[in-house]
Design a protein around this ligand. Structure first.
Ligand code: GLV
Ligand code: MN
Ligand code: MN
Length: 410
């Protein structure tokens, strides 16, 4: 039952999300890599909306925006991200930013609610330049040297060049003011099928998975594809393909119930039909919420690489590129989301872990954090066809606003 006290506006939420979808549109989704024109226009759009909502916020030196309220009392930080994966979905990120904006628009002018919602859009959650660079900058986990070495994984532009090109070079980075917030709340599409397949409206996130990423490089011998006999080849591409299959054979017995692993990119060098690849590289990711499982799998990966190097035709090197500790969501935040779901979603909620990474796991290192999910149609995400029913988007927004109000009320 909608609460008549709140001037909540579901139509406005849908309109804002569709406006953001129109910036950098690609089929029914968007193409908004970090610091692209479409990303920056989306961030500028947000700065305008924040100002209309009575919040002051500017884009900082790493591309984050945080809208600050002058209202007294407790503050809740809420948000998500505005860039997308390449040629991907319209809701991964913007949903959480627009929900936070709506919560600020509804709650901050309401003098019967003590305190205010402040709105954040974290830059580069999707990892075009690194790993959660925006939110990690805010919590003080990024150095200038980290920014010096960051480079766009698709275009090769350095982060320094990208910051200069969008006019952010030299701007200060906003750092968290310790003790300012009662916590951080983020909404997101589920990006899986749990909610849809059970007819549920809200996922109450209990933990967020840790993400470990590796570059695995195979060194063989580049040679002519017509004149080099099969028995003397040192084909780095074949070594890589065998390694991928061996991972799938050996990992299951060492995994936990929710461990997942992915080879997301393969590059053969030089990558021509008439040349035996002398080098091959794969980007490999493991996710789990138990660091012990990751340790076991990483050891397995390294011993498989040593085995191939010692007995195979090619050398294999494993380089760890990224680690991310899993995060637990705050128990009071979980209870409050559940109570708000009871009031606005008929109690159709379930507690669940997140297999996707989110800025909330970074914010959780410095303050209590919570997350809620809304259903994803067909469980599809990181693809332009990603979608959620309008009715589910609106229900999720109501639950988000109500959760924010209850958290601030204490
Ligand atoms: C975030 O987008 C992730 O890849 O989990
Ligand atoms: Mn996201
Ligand atoms: Mn994503």
């Amino acid at each position: 039952m909608p609460d008549k006290r709140l001037p909540f506006d579901g139509t406005r939420v849908l309109a804002d999300l569709n406006t953001l979808r129109g910036i950098g549109a690609y089929k029914t989704g968007v193409h908004k890599p970090t610091f692209s024109q479409a990303h920056m226009r989306s961030v500028e759009w947000l700065v305008q909306r924040l100002s209309e909502a009575g919040l002051t916020g500017a884009i900082d030196g790493i591309g984050n925006v945080i809208g600050i309220s002058a209202k007294s009392g407790p503050k809740l930080l809420a948000g998500s991200h505005l860039e997308s994966q390449n040629y991907a979905g319209w809701l991964d990120g913007p949903l959480g930013v627009v929900y936070a904006l709506e919560a600020a628009r509804v709650i901050n002018p309401d003098l019967s609610t003590n305190g205010a919602v402040e709105v954040a859009a974290w830059c580069d959650e999707e990892g075009h330049f690194g790993s959660f660079l925006g939110s990690r900058s805010y919590v003080g986990a990024i150095t200038e040297a980290d920014i010096d070495t960051a480079r766009d994984r698709s275009g090769g532009k350095t982060m320094r060049e990208a910051l200069r090109d969008v006019g952010l070079a030299g701007r200060p980075r906003t750092m968290a003011e310790r003790g300012r917030y009662i916590g951080y709340l983020e909404a997101h599409i589920e990006q899986g099928r749990t909610l849809e397949s059970s007819g549920l409206a809200i996922g109450v996130v209990t933990s967020i998975v840790g993400i470990w990423q590796y570059r695995i490089t195979f060194s063989g011998e580049q040679n002519h594809a017509g004149t080099t006999r099969m028995d003397v080849r040192k084909d780095a591409g074949v070594a890589l393909a065998r390694f991928c299959v061996a991972i799938d054979d050996r990992f299951p017995e060492l995994s936990g119930p929710r461990t997942v692993w992915t080879t997301g990119r393969i590059a053969l060098d030089p990558g021509a039909p008439s040349i035996i690849p002398g080098q091959a590289e794969m980007l490999f990711q493991i996710r789990d919420d138990d660091p012990g499982v990751i340790d076991r799998l990483e050891n397995q990966l390294r011993s498989m690489a040593a085995e191939v190097s010692a007995h195979g035709r090619c050398g294999v090197a494993v380089e760890r590129l990224r680690t991310g500790a899993p995060a637990m969501m705050d128990v009071r935040f979980q209870q409050t989301i559940e109570a708000a779901s009871l009031a606005f979603a008929g109690g159709r909620s379930i507690r669940m872990p997140s297999g996707a990474g989110h800025d909330a796991q970074v914010l959780a290192t410095i303050m209590p954090a919570g997350m809620l999910f809304v259903p994803s149609i067909g469980g599809i995400s990181h693809h332009w066809s990603e979608n959620t029913d309008d009715a589910d988007i609106v229900t999720g927004a109501q639950v988000f606003v109500e959760t924010s109000r209850r958290l601030l009320a204490g």
